[in-house]
Ligand binder design. Structure first.
Ligand code: SF4
Length: 250
């Protein structure tokens, strides 16, 4: 498929539609069975998103269940002490997260009667909720077509639609792309699909290009292992020998 942009700079409609269809079709066959996908409770979605900010899925799952059985609602969390909440959070680490989660719970109870606001702009007013988390909560709890962009999603969109330059330096452009691509009627599956696709197919170090459903659309196809892993640098060790080292992929 030829890749063109519309005059607005957005991917042309045919490419956008093909990407949406392929992603949704792939996601519906391969999606991961994760507990926070069985609920639309804004509180549970928020807890999962904050846990997932710095921690791998397999470590989050048991703690997610434990945390919710101890604090099943915003009210229950707001009623606990920060010290106790931080203790329950152990061993996930990055302990600013339970502190912020507790503060969000208190604010939600005090200012919003225990119901988290729906709009991403309002959600971003809370300390500890950035644009990504606001988009994820708005989509997964309230069904809104709000864009998301984490490391995985940025990598996928950059490889497929941009290719050139460093994804980390193109955040604004990638946010716009994420916004332009999201289908109004399928935002939930689309955003979950973007994340699963980045975690399972278009991974940082070993992208599955040969069998990838996006390969006919993707500007980076076929991506070699060395390109995926990052630029190869040459390093001289203490004995004067030259070795190759890769920059980190994530
Ligand atoms: S073809 Fe390769 S680089 Fe492109 S989206 Fe698929 S896995 Fe990623």
């Amino acid at each position: 498929m030829r890749k063109r942009k519309s005059s607005s700079g957005a991917p042309e409609p045919r490419l956008r539609l093909a990407f949406q269809r392929r992603l949704l079709s792939w996601y519906r066959r391969h999606r991961r069975d994760l507990p926070w996908r069985k609920t639309t409770d804004p509180y549970k979605i928020l807890v999962s998103e904050i846990m997932l900010q710095q921690t791998q899925v397999d470590r989050v799952v048991p703690k997610y269940h434990e945390f919710l059985s101890r604090y099943p609602t915003f009210e229950a969390l707001a009623g606990a002490s920060v010290r106790e909440v931080t203790k329950t959070w152990y061993p996930l680490g990055y302990n600013i997260r339970p502190v912020r989660l507790h503060s969000i719970a208190c604010e939600t109870v005090e200012r919003y009667g225990g119901r988290l606001p729906e709009e991403p702009e309002q959600l971003q007013q809370f300390k500890g909720i950035g644009r990504y988390t606001a988009g994820a909560v708005a989509t997964f709890a309230y069904g809104k077509a709000a864009p998301i962009l984490d490391t995985n999603v940025a990598r996928v969109l950059h490889r497929i639609f941009i290719k050139r330059g460093d994804a980390k330096k193109q955040r604004a452009r990638l946010w716009t792309l994420s916004e332009q691509l999201i289908p109004a009627n399928d935002a939930y599956d689309f955003n979950q699909g973007l994340m699963d696709f980045g975690a399972m197919v278009c991974t940082a170090r070993q992208p599955g290009c040969p069998t990838c459903p996006m390969k006919r659309l993707c500007k980076s196809y076929p991506l070699s292992y060395s390109m995926a892993a990052g630029p190869v640098r040459h390093r001289t060790n203490r004995r004067g020998k030259i070795s190759r080292a890769r920059s980190s992929g994530r």
